[in-house]
Design a protein around this ligand. Structure first.
Ligand SMILES: NC(=O)c1ccc[n+]([C@@H]2O[C@H](COP(=O)([O-])OP(=O)(O)OC[C@H]3O[C@@H](n4cnc5c(N)ncnc54)[C@H](O)[C@@H]3O)[C@@H](O)[C@H]2O)c1
Length: 282
């Protein structure tokens, strides 16, 4: 399928980023959220991001205007009836996502593809609440979406080859690179990244070194742009813990058990940058 019209469900950090790259790359884009203020907030984040790109002379004012003209906002799911692809980027909560997919299945044309940006919920499970599991797929964008090159494409057990090909082509049209991943807990990037972050928390907890030196060691010693604890603060410690729980439960191996210190930070509400304090103060 040659995709031209896209709906995005959830106008938060990820949804707004995905909507921005879709609109910038010529797709007619509808950004949906449950409240008009939330959809408008997503739209204004996109406008500000594009302004910055104009200031840096990465795009022209004309290109900004064209992108904004392709972007509409909505709070009625029925608006998505015109779309060929919906990318869901709502809150990471299984019940919320299953409800959304059940509704999308009723609202969207039967040939439309329904994709999820979930970090941890099995695509096969999400697909099971629809009558079109062959058209359901994972599109896992990285944060911040306009900057990061990768999209993990995740095939559920029943995802068709045709759906995969359409999403592979669409990802290229967004000027992103993709990798194909089977539907296993944590998919690929988080399966490798989160245990590394978790191990850094164990190292801190065991008193092996300070947070600053753990990050310095990994930055200068392994050429990573951010140390693992700094990165954990950026992702959100609650998100890191949730992914470790999915890996631990889904794969059943002790090596994936969340570090007790990570649990303690989350219990204390120290979630990283978004709350002003995690392993560092902001
Ligand atoms: N933040 C990251 O680094 C990151 C990276 C990759 C993937 N993800 C995934 O992207 C998704 C969104 O994450 P985020 O960081 O953008 O979260 P966020 O909290 O910034 O945004 C979530 C948005 O979803 C909306 N929402 C909630 N219920 C909804 C519903 N029923 N219908 C429509 N919208 C609804 C909320 O109002 C909010 O605007 C999650 O599945 C997350 O796991 C996040």
């Amino acid at each position: 399928m040659h995709i031209k019209n896209i709906g995005i469900v959830g106008a938060g950090q990820m949804g707004a980023g995905i909507a921005q790259v879709c609109a910038q790359n010529g797709f007619e884009t509808i950004l949906y959220d449950i409240q008009v203020e939330l959809a408008e907030k997503g739209q204004s984040v996109i406008a500000k991001n594009l302004d910055r790109l104009v200031e840096k002379e990465k795009i022209t004012i004309e290109q900004k205007k064209e992108a904004m003209a392709r972007l509409k906002i909505a709070t009625d799911l029925k608006t998505l009836v015109t779309t060929q692809l919906v990318i869901e980027a709502a809150t990471e909560n299984e019940k919320i996502k299953l409800d959304i997919f059940e509704s999308l299945d009723q609202v969207c044309p039967k040939e439309a593809i329904l994709a999820s940006n979930t970090s941890s919920i099995p695509i096969t499970k999400i697909a099971s609440v629809t009558k079109r599991p062959q058209n359901v797929i994972g599109m896992h964008f990285m944060n911040p979406v306009p900057v990061m090159k990768l999209v993990e494409i995740i095939k559920g057990l029943l995802t068709s080859e045709e759906t995969y090909t359409s999403i592979f082509d669409m990802t290229r049209a967004l000027k992103k690179e993709s990798v194909l991943v089977e539907d296993f807990p944590g998919f690929l990037v988080n399966r490798i990244l989160c245990p590394m972050i978790n191990e850094a928390v164990f190292a801190l907890e065991s008193g092996i070194s300070t947070a600053e030196d753990i990050d310095k060691a990994m930055k200068l010693g392994t050429n990573q742009p951010m140390g693992p604890l700094e990165l954990a603060d950026f992702i959100g410690l609650d998100t890191c813990l949730a992914i470790m729980k999915v890996l631990h439960e889904g794969l059943g191996e002790d090596k994936f058990r969340p570090a007790p210190l990570l649990r303690k930070y989350v219990q204390a509400g120290l979630l990283g940058r978004k709350t002003g304090r995690g392993f560092y103060k902001y």
